[in-house]
Design a protein around this ligand. Structure first.
Ligand SMILES: [Zn+2]
Length: 62
């Protein structure tokens, strides 16, 4: 059982009580799939999701 949650604002996945990227506390444990971005400048997915920081991102947050 994971206690990971996804930020509704920027889709960052975190185990903290607030988003480490945008400091929103609007998190959801109900997210669908995720992508790990290592080199955002080389990633087509990162470009599509407008991600410019390496990290783990939910594909869909409910
Ligand atoms: Zn966020």
């Amino acid at each position: 059982m994971s206690n990971e949650q996804a930020c509704r604002a920027c889709h960052t996945i975190t185990t903290e009580s607030e988003c480490p990227a945008c400091h929103s506390d609007d998190l959801s444990g109900d997210f669908l799939g995720y992508v790990i971005v290592r080199e955002p400048e080389k990633s087509i997915i990162a470009e599509k999701m407008t991600i410019d920081t390496a990290g783990k991102y939910a594909l869909k947050v409910r």
